[in-house]
Ligand binder design. Structure first.
Ligand code: NAD
Ligand code: UD1
Length: 345
């Protein structure tokens, strides 16, 4: 049996490929490479010494998705594929609803027709909107405040309805906090297109000299140093969370929601300082306007995942900074473009 990873060539997907292959799973990746490069999967194979099947295709293309299910004995799906940039979703909401919602509907419909009912879905802490208090537990009210977040919220609702209609489905919704870091080898990592929106990749590009300075979005939040607090989680811990979630999804059918975070929040300035001490690089910065829609503080109560999945984040902020930097200096231009030559790597 095999596990299908939609969007498996992306940042979180590629790290999860490594963890799944190391755990002895057969994997199949379906990705349209709209925000990733095939090189990431080649490197997954280099790291693990194992092969995987790759389909270069779009979730919206029903025939390709069906082909994946016809040609492979899929036991479960981890659904990463989607667009994820908040600002872009505000400018072009239709593209986000089309890709994220319609793509998911195609996938769920085909899963249903092939009788594949085990699913792990990449949701996001963004569904909590601006939380009234922290830490955030899974039963907090949800209320996304931008189109990207609403696609996650809507897909969660769709999946809850699917489960109600047929409890043979087994569905795990993973609400990630702020992924950072890279595989220890420095071979795979986050490779954003253009100027990064998120803090850690922005800091990395300042460190390597591609960007002049970090712009800190506001320093008058009600936090100890006035800058925004987030729950940064090492991408390898996140990847391991998928392995645990998958085990539970396959062996104990139900619908569950889990926060994947560390439970510890760091401010923008604390993250900057941690990066400087972990790497020896100086990050020049200035304080600028707040970014609209930013919460003062957002961090998880991850105890449900700890209790029910026997999972917890093991790596700290120093490792996230060290590993992000290691990836960046080894790959100053990110992944190089490689020709698509075969379907299996
Ligand atoms: P990513 O962009 O690196 O990976 C997503 C992958 O999906 C890419 O490889 C892209 O090419 C592919 N894709 C997009 N639309 C597709 C389609 N229609 N058909 C086939 N492939 C398609 O993003 P990531 O950071 O790895 O995030 C993975 C998932 O986790 C996303 O759903 C994202 O919304 C969610 N998430 C990410 C974060 C984060 O900060 N990175 C936080 C919370 C949730
Ligand atoms: C952003 C998204 C969120 C998404 C998450 C992970 C917004 C409004 N929210 O959240 O939906 O789930 O990424 O992908 O975009 N910061 C700076 N300067 C920068 C970049 C960020 O000061 O150049 C600050 C932010 O104000 C925030 C913190 O750093 O306080 C983290 O920002 P970011 O990495 O973008 O993550 P989120 O704000 O959590």
């Amino acid at each position: 049996m095999a596990i299908l990873l939609t969007g498996g060539a992306g940042y979180i997907g590629s790290h999860t490929c490594v963890e799944l292959l190391n755990a002895g799973q057969e994997i199949v990746v379906l990705d349209n490479l709209s925000n990733s490069k095939i090189e990431a999967l080649k490197r997954v194979s280099e790291i693990t010494g194992k092969g995987l099947a790759f389909y270069h295709g779009d979730l919206l293309d029903k025939e390709t998705v069906e082909k994946v299910f016809i040609q492979n004995p899929i036991e479960a799906v981890i659904h990463f594929a989607g667009f994820k940039a908040v600002g872009e979703s505000v400018e072009n909401p239709l593209a986000y609803y089309q890709n994220n919602i319609s793509g998911s509907l195609v996938l769920f419909e085909i899963m249903k027709s092939f009788g594949v009912k085990n699913l792990v879905f990449s949701s996001s802490a963004t569904v909590y909107g601006i939380p009234e208090t922290v830490p955030i537990t899974e039963d907090f009210p949800i209320g996304a405040i931008n189109p990207y977040g609403r696609t996650k919220q809507m897909i969660e609702e769709i999946l809850k309805d699917i489960f109600i209609s047929d409890p043979e489905w087994s569905i795990t919704l993973l609400r990630y906090f702020n992924p950072a870091g890279a595989h220890l080898s420095g071979k795979i990592g986050e490779d954003p297109k253009g100027i990064p929106n998120n803090l850690m990749p922005y800091i990395q590009q300042v460190a390597i000299g591609k960007l002049d300075e970090l712009k800190v979005f506001g320093n008058d939040y009600p936090t100890p140093d006035g800058t925004g607090i987030r729950d940064y989680i090492h991408v390898m811990d996140l990847a391991n969370g998928h392995v645990k979630a998958l085990e539970k999804t396959i062996h104990r059918p139900s619908l569950n929601i889990y926060n994947l975070g560390t439970g510890t929040g760091y401010s923008v300035l604390e993250l900057k300082n941690a990066f400087e001490s972990a790497t020896g690089q100086i990050i020049p910065y200035s304080i600028t306007e707040k970014r609209p829609g930013d919460a003062a503080a957002c961090f998880a109560d991850p105890s449900k995942a700890q209790r029910e999945l026997e999972w917890q984040a093991l790596r700290g902020i120093e490792e996230m900074c060290r590993d992000s930097w290691n990836w960046q200096i080894n790959n100053p231009e990110g992944y190089k473009e490689t020709k698509l030559t075969a379907e299996v790597y």
